[in-house]
Design a protein around this ligand. Structure first.
Ligand code: GDD
Ligand code: MN
Length: 447
């Protein structure tokens, strides 16, 4: 038994290590707050080592990153000491796009008209739209150097696109606005004025305050939006009336501070910004009317509810629990039911020998787990076409090794403490952690 224990002790540590590293990459909003703070503090040369030790209490900060943020804030605050040079943009407008070919030129013209008194630039972040939106933007950029296009390949996601666009620009104020003309771009000058005057650090275009409206929503969409707003208010203590808005402007320095903690998955970037700032962003809402889409269609499907839940969970647990892992474990749970059902049918009804029936049960359960994970857990990286077959075979392999890990750990624990349920649970936990970590690395790996 000693050899068995030794054999499994080392892989156990390795797997836990891999899982930690991996889960911090894979989960929604999963950058570890504490880790980033230290790295950040260590990399900021203008600050003396002693300034890193300023106690949080003195700065009146409660969050783990409070002191780093406060110091960074002073160092990069735009103001009279860092005047804008002539010709440099004061406002960077970021527009996420996916299949918006017919909308981008209209939006560009509208921005040009409404921002005539402001030095501005616009960054379109396109996820390699099949309709060639990026081509249209490139053509605009060839004629006007204020226009830029980031064409992302192998990636999808509204939040990630917005974050990338803001971080790729440099104006002291950054706005996010949809490409489909549903947001009211004529509000942008008012938003800039509120940031300039120092009254606000974040200005939110709001549909749910007096003067605003979202009449173009159908009943179902309006209900979902209100429910999500209510959950955000209660669970995350977000006081803003419309935290689901995709239309806002923020001071760059404040955004840069929060950026490492934001989730790149999903679409609720504003909610994420507000929840991450924990009440420390001076925020003003201004009303606007959410218009109807002129061309193309909405990209938000019913599955965005999952993204939303994932974000709430990540913020509530300070990124300890990732929705992806929870979904993976839940799918594993359904696999158990599938397995037992298949075993019952094969062994009891078709009178197959137990070993064969058990093998068939396992195979069916792994297949159904794979399909569910591909549909749900990894829907943003869903495998299609030939990749499904390759993925399925790899998944069998990963789960096969996972089973060995499971049994091995259970053995090792049982050898130490002969409590059957403890050993069984430890083995199962090992199995699911292994399968999750390895599936993310090999089956649904990011390109
Ligand atoms: N780069 C990129 N990648 N852009 C995307 C993606 C993506 O995966 N998905 C959507 N977009 C772009 C769209 O092209 C559009 O410009 C903008 O993001 C908003 O997407 P829509 O598909 O039009 O969303 P919506 O109108 O249903 O939802 C809007 O209203 C919600 C409020 O209820 C968005 O503004 C949401 O952010 C907002 O929460
Ligand atoms: Mn839209």
């Amino acid at each position: 038994m000693v050899w068995l224990r030794r054999m499994y002790a080392r892989p156990l540590f390795v797997v836990v290590g891999i899982f930690r590293a991996f889960s911090s990459k894979a989960g929604p909003g999963s950058v570890s707050a504490a880790g980033y703070c230290f790295a950040d503090a260590g990399l900021s040369p203008p600050f003396s080592p002693s300034s890193h030790l300023v106690p949080q209490a003195r700065l009146g900060m409660s969050g783990g990153c409070g002191y780093t943020l406060a110091i960074m804030n002073d160092a990069i605050k735009p103001g009279p000491e860092t005047p804008l040079q002539a010709g440099l943009p004061e406002l960077s407008v970021v527009v996420p796009t996916f299949n918006e070919r017919d909308n981008v030129t209209v939006l560009y013209r509208r921005l040009e008209a409404t921002l005539s008194g402001i030095a501005w630039e616009v960054v379109f972040v396109d996820d390699n739209s099949p309709d060639g939106t990026w081509e249209v933007v490139r053509n605009l950029a060839r004629k006007d150097s204020r226009v830029r296009c980031i064409r992302r390949i192998g990636r999808r996601g509204l939040s990630g696109a917005c974050i990338e666009g803001i971080l790729a620009s440099s104006g002291p104020y950054a706005a996010v606005i949809d490409a489909d003309l549903q947001h009211d771009e004529t509000q942008l000058p008012k938003m800039v004025a509120l940031l300039r005057s120092g009254e606000a650090e974040l200005v939110v275009g709001s549909r749910y305050i007096e003067g605003g409206s979202a009449d173009s929503f159908n009943k179902q969409r309006a209900g979902a939006s209100q429910l999500a707003t209510e959950v955000a208010r209660r669970a995350l203590k977000v006081e803003v009336a419309d935290p689901m808005s995709g239309f806002f402007m923020i001071r760059r320095d404040r955004f840069e501070q929060l950026a490492p903690e934001l989730s790149t998955q999903g679409f609720k970037i504003l909610l994420d910004v507000i929840a991450t700032a924990q009440g420390k962003l001076r925020t003003i809402e201004i009303p606007y009317t959410f218009g109807s889409r002129q061309h193309g269609e909405s990209k938000l499907d019913s599955m965005v509810a999952l993204d939303f839940l994932g974000l709430v969970l990540a913020k509530l647990t300070h990124d300890v629990v990732s929705l992806r892992f929870l979904l993976f474990a839940m799918v594993g749970g359904t696999g158990l039911v599938v397995h037992l059902t298949a075993l019952f049918i094969a062994h009891e009804i078709f009178q197959m020998p137990f070993a064969e029936a058990q093998a068939i049960g396992a195979l069916i359960a792994m297949t159904s787990n794979f399909i569910l994970n591909n549909f749900l857990t990894y829907r943003d990286q869903r495998l299609k076409g030939f990749a499904i077959l390759r993925g399925l075979l790899l998944f069998y392999l990963v789960c096969g090794v996972g089973l060995l890990a499971n049994v091995g750990v259970a053995f090792a624990v049982f050898d130490q403490e002969p409590i059957w349920w403890l050993a069984g649970a430890a083995g199962a936990l090992m199995g699911v952690v292994w399968n999750y970590a390895m599936s993310g690395l090999f089956v649904w790996r990011k390109r």
